[in-house]
Design a protein around this ligand. Structure first.
Ligand code: GDP
Ligand code: MG
Length: 315
């Protein structure tokens, strides 16, 4: 009796958990590169390091040390749509025109250094979040320009919204001119080289600057090229051509400057997201049904037959 009492006295109180708050959208990686978990919703928790076991009768009252590890926290934005485009395509202008965000706009590349999220509001109070990300440049997958810093945010968006200048663009005097069609292929290639799965996200193509002279003609040309992209891309340098082509669910011409096409774009965004939601909930429903079927034991016909062949006892 006395011994038991002293053991109880030796057992100290349990140590408190050390909990560190982190913003939603954090991805946790251990120093060996293993993903420990993600915090995607308010209130979610991830166990990063286990505490040691205290001293007990089994361990001869020698406590073991808890886990110690270096971890990396990566913040990835969660938005419904992520804007993907080269600098100067008009991404920030588009976000300003669509939402109440106030990103920096200027006619020189790399005005957007930090991602910015804008909310697109609908008359029935539905909101859609759009992330304006620093412009991609060729070679971003190799960490050129804003590189990975930018691309990691696209991982978390539900859909992609490509923005191209209908008249094409030239990043600098010493870099080649790229047509809108080439821009689409180059953007696709950059995403593919970074993470191929990104291209499985639904994508909308916004053709901006439709107020410029000859825009209509150029838009027609681009639409034609996109319809025949497999054949036409053979004429492009090999390093510009992605392995698989993106087939945009919608191609919407707009002018962020004059507002042309923006109400239609807003409607398209909503339609596209709702379609995806419906598809996902249907997929979820089917998965649940299959799970249930697996759980319910299947009674084979013979078993039924054998049971039925026995005389029923009504007493
Ligand atoms: N003519 C015209 N210029 C535009 C339009 N949208 C953006 N711009 C101009 O293009 C330049 C780059 O715009 P910005 O929104 O900063 O592009 P970002 O680098 O893609 O974010 C700015 O000078 C804008 O005023 C448009 O629809 N028409
Ligand atoms: Mg910008």
């Amino acid at each position: 009796m006395h011994l038991l009492f002293s053991i109880r006295a030796l057992k100290g109180a349990k140590g408190a958990d050390l909990e560190i708050s982190a913003p939603v959208g954090i991805c946790l990686t251990a120093d060996d590169g293993k993903t420990l978990g993600e915090l995607n919703q308010e209130g979610e928790r991830v166990l990063v390091a286990k505490g040691g076991t205290g001293g007990s009768l089994h361990s001869e009252f020698l406590p073991s040390k808890g886990q110690a590890r270096h971890i990396r926290l990566d913040l990835r934005l969660i938005a419904d749509l992520g804007l993907v485009g080269f600098p100067n395509a008009g991404k920030s202008s588009l976000l300003t025109a669509l939402s109440h965000a106030t990103p920096q706009i200027a006619s020189y590349p790399f005005t957007t250094l930090r991602p910015e999220i804008g909310k697109v509001m609908y008359d029935d109070h539905k909101q859609v979040s759009v992330a304006d990300l620093p412009g991609l440049i060729e070679g971003a997958h190799m960490n050129r320009g804003m590189g990975h810093k930018f691309l990691k945010h696209v991982e978390r968006t539900k859909q992609l919204m490509f923005v191209v200048d209908v008249c094409g663009f030239q990043l600098a005097t010493n870099t080649p001119f790229r047509s809108a069609f080439e821009a689409v292929q180059l953007l696709t290639k950059e995403l593919e080289l970074y993470k191929e799965e990104l291209l499985s996200k639904p994508a909308i193509l916004v053709v901006n600057k439709m107020d410029l002279p000859e825009a209509e003609e150029k838009l027609g040309e681009l639409q034609n090229q996109l319809e025949n992209q497999e054949e036409l891309s053979q004429l492009l340098p090999e390093d510009m051509v992605p392995k698989s082509f993106l087939h945009f669910k919608h191609t919407v011409p707009v002018s962020s400057l004059t507002g042309l096409g923006l109400p239609h774009l807003k409607a398209v965004i909503r339609e596209s997201l709702e379609e995806q939601e419906a598809l996902e909930s249907e997929r979820h429903r089917i998965e649940k049904l299959q799970e249930l079927r697996r759980e319910i034991p299947v009674v084979s016909k013979t078993t039924w037959g054998q049971r039925r062949s026995k005389p029923l006892n009504w007493n």
